[in-house]
Design a protein around this ligand. Structure first.
Ligand code: FUC
Length: 793
């Protein structure tokens, strides 16, 4: 099907009858068309290995957004580590500190007087959340299979792989003259994880199945009908009692052989073929309601899935996945390196020429978002959905001073708008809990969320003032709500989120205060995440650059939304007036972009700090860019040079995006090589902060996109930062603002052809190098441009 005819593709979409069809997808290509463009799976869509995983960061992730598993691929012992995305510690709670409101004026005053340590001590005492920490996301436990009598695999016969096009993990080996295959999928339609075991010889499959969990309150019980049940209640967290019930229900469906139940395990012997179905649920309904019924849910899921053969479950899961995955295809060139196993490629990537590894990383980023964030699920947290601990790093929560936002950077440009649904749903929630915080903590209208949130949508400052007392997390997330509109142009959706944008603005209209020294309007107390400015022990300050940039972007987006919806002209005037009173972006003594209102950059505790918060203005926002603000863009470059290229996983990924926005492809690529190396990428291709944190995977995928295409305002910049390392290639199915789709190919480092279509029509400036063409697009009608001078083809 041609994408030229939008009405046809839209009909096909609605006729599709899948979850996707139910969503507003204006501007997103439909599966069939993009699938045709991308072709079918090749070995380039595989992560593969010659040995089982020993460590968790070698195991392979499957997921359907809500439930997930890490597959180890063991031979005589197999482990599937299991997650359900609402299994967090604690229960509904309101962490507002009742002393905060009275203490804040004094904290503010101390900051304006430069008495930062005193401000921090007072804030620590009176302003922070109660409890000081948020709840953590926790593992459900493990499904363990042991295969008595199964010997070592025959030499060279073992292989495990993750097919990221089919969303399927497979382990194959030959032992005792028998070929064994084990396949694992996470089904979005049936809401189960399904494991399929086959053997080339009848009656060769025999194993014991156990469920184990580090959850404190749980029991395991064999039921009739080949079922094993893990049931319990969740842990308390920092004094908040556990309020959730959970269940993991497994059912063994065997052909041939016998299935027997012991107390807390199942035994299968002499089977020809076995399917194990795994359903998981908790009683979580929403942040205030834990009245769900995990028993009823898991029973219904298992009963429905048990009616289908594994092949059908797996095919449906693959189709569902491909409908999104195949919207985009990428080719950055291929060398012999691509034939090596994935762990070998990662180990050698910093010295080898392996452009296909970058393409795989890009595709894997898309795979990980599709499998960890689907309509109805929780948003992807610090580990997506994959977490083996009850005490994971940073609670595996939502850190919203960069990390959660980075998770969603690739979603719109790489054609996965429905993956953003859970994030939007979470913002709808925190706009409610954050209104309580705005009122009770600040005496302000609107809503606020600080630097973290959790399943219970806590919005107060946590951990310590130097990390948590930053009122900007919710405002930043609002820009994702706007982007969703700007890429897809669904005005009905925009109307539904407009009150949230407006509420975020109202909070700042009420809490911005006049800086006594300069007269500018500033946030106070705040900080530049999580950077110690060198004036005292902490980071508290007034009006850091990032806050000003986020508020500027929020006010601009909200004013644009009001314009589209033709409402609130008075409010828009108010926003515009306040926007003009914010501290502007300024250049400091080293030629750098100043991170704070004062030129403190040279005196900071850590010159190479991982956060590059003040560079938000260049990416993800574009209020700073080489065309309109060349001096500020040069200052960003200086700041980046001072900070250095190497940082934690996510911080490395951010730097790639920034260098791409500075249009320095070779520099961006050199940082990408570091990201793909074994210091920042585990054998299973998970990002290493270290430890594992998934944001770098998504930030890396976004960086690769930004190197190939940038969508800013109505401009579409083709190959803005193409590195010498990728002389020829193509990328198809990208999205740009204004409901546009972009296909590109290049040869010898120069654009070969671009095909651009706007589903709604409109004027766009298409740019390649210094060549610019203004084109009026008719709705749904593709324009093809050839060569670096953008000739009409
Ligand atoms: C922020 C970062 C850390 C880490 C944590 C989850 O606090 O500064 O590096 O990524 O989030």
């Amino acid at each position: 099907m041609s994408l030229d005819d939008f009405s046809v593709s839209r009909r096909a979409l609605v006729a599709g009858g899948s979850t996707i069809a139910a969503l507003s997808l204006i501007g997103a290509p439909d599966a069939e068309a993009a699938g045709a463009a991308a072709g079918s799976a090749t070995t380039d869509d595989l992560l593969w290995y010659r040995q089982p995983a020993k460590l968790w960061t070698e195991a392979l992730p499957v997921g359907n957004g809500r439930i997930g598993a890490m597959v180890f691929g063991g031979v005589s012992e197999e482990r599937l580590q299991l997650n359900e995305d609402t299994l967090w510690a604690g229960g509904p709670y309101n962490p507002v500190n009742p002393q905060a409101k009275a203490a804040l004026p004094e904290v503010r005053k101390l900051i304006f007087e430069g008495r930062y340590d005193e401000a921090q001590a007072l804030a620590k005492d009176k302003v922070m959340a109660v409890p000081l920490r948020q709840m953590s996301y926790q593992t459900m436990g493990d499904m363990l299979l042991s295969f008595p009598g199964l010997g070592e695999p025959e030499a060279g016969s073992y292989r495990r792989e993750l097919d990221i096009d089919a969303a399927r993990a497979t382990t194959r080996f030959r032992a005792g003259g028998v070929d064994y295959t084990r396949t694992v999928v996470a089904s979005p339609a049936e809401q189960v994880i399904a494991v399929h075991l086959t053997a080339s010889k009848r009656g060769a499959i025999g194993f014991d199945l156990k469920l184990a969990s580090p959850q404190k309150h749980h029991s395991v019980q064999a039921l009739g009908g080949g079922e094993l049940l893990l049931a319990g209640t969740n842990n308390e967290g920092f004094g908040i009692p556990g309020a959730l019930k959970f269940q993991t229900r497994t059912r063994v469906v065997a052909s041939g052989g016998r299935v027997a139940a012991a107390n807390d395990s199942l035994t299968v012997r002499g089977a020809d073929e076995v399917t194990i179905l795994i359903a998981m649920a908790t009683s979580y309904r929403n942040y205030a309601d834990v009245g769900g019924d995990p028993e009823a849910a898991t029973k219904a899921q298992i009963a429905a899935a048990a009616k289908l053969p594994f092949r059908t479950i797996a095919e449906k899961a693959a189709q569902d996945h491909r409908a999104i995955f195949r919207r985009v295809s990428i080719d950055l060139g291929r060398t012999a390196e691509a034939d090596k196993s994935t762990d070998e490629r990662i180990a050698q990537s910093e010295s080898a020429n392996d452009p296909a590894l970058a393409a795989l990383y890009f595709k894997y980023g898309r795979y990980l978002l599709i499998t960890s964030s689907r309509p109805g699920s929780q948003p992807a947290n610090l580990q997506g959905i994959w977490n083996e601990s009850v005490n994971p790093p940073w609670g595996s929560k939502y850190t919203i001073n960069i990390n959660t936002q980075m998770n969603y950077w690739p979603a719109e440009p790489t054609a996965m708008p429905e993956m953003v649904e859970p994030l939007i749903a979470m913002v709808r929630d925190i706009a409610q809990t954050g209104a309580r915080t705005a009122r009770d903590m600040y005496g302000a209208r609107g809503w606020v969320c600080h630097h973290n949130t959790d399943l219970w949508r806590a919005t107060c400052p946590i951990d310590g003032p130097q990390f948590g007392l930053w009122p900007m997390g919710g405002a930043w997330l609002c820009l994702h709500l706007w982007d969703r509109y700007d890429y897809g142009r669904d005005a009905q959706y925009l109307a539904s989120v407009y009150p949230i944008l407006k509420g975020a603005c109202e909070f700042f209209l009420d809490t911005l205060v006049k800086d006594p020294e300069t007269g500018w309007m500033v946030t106070n107390p705040s900080l530049s995440p999580e950077n110690n400015h060198g004036h005292g022990a902490g980071s508290l300050c007034a009006g850091p650059t990032m806050d000003m940039q986020i508020i500027r972007a929020l006010f601009t987006a909200t004013a644009s939304a009001a314009g589209v919806l033709k409402q609130d002209p008075r409010f828009v005037t108010e926003l515009e007036a306040m926007r003009g009173r914010l501290v502007p972006n300024r250049i400091g003594a080293q030629g750098q972009l100043m991170e704070w209102k004062d030129d403190w950059d040279a005196g900071v505790k850590d010159l190479h700090h991982r956060h590059v918060s003040h560079l938000f203005g260049l990416f993800p926002d574009a209020q700073i860019n080489p065309d309109d603000t060349p001096d500020l863009a040069a200052a960003v470059r200086k700041s980046l040079e001072i900070r250095g290229d190497k940082a934690t996983g996510w911080a490395t990924a951010w730097r790639i995006n920034l260098w791409a926005r500075l249009r320095d492809g070779n520099h961006a690529h050199s940082i990408l090589r570091f990201l793909l190396g074994s210091e920042r990428t585990y054998p299973n291709m998970f990002d290493a902060h270290p430890p594992f944190q998934i944001d770098g995977n998504f930030g890396g995928a976004s960086g690769i996109t930004e190197m190939l295409m940038q969508s800013v305002g109505t401009g579409i910049h083709l190959l803005p930062a193409l590195p010498d390392a990728w002389p020829s290639g193509s990328i198809r199915g990208l999205r740009a603002r204004g409901a546009c789709m972009v296909d590109l190919s290049w040869k010898g480092g120069a654009l070969a052809q671009a095909r651009i279509v706007s589903m709604i029509g409109g004027r766009h400036e298409i740019r390649c190098g210094e060549v610019r063409r203004t084109i009026d697009f008719a709705p749904g009608k593709a324009r093809v441009l050839a060569g670096p001078d953008l000739r009409t083809a």
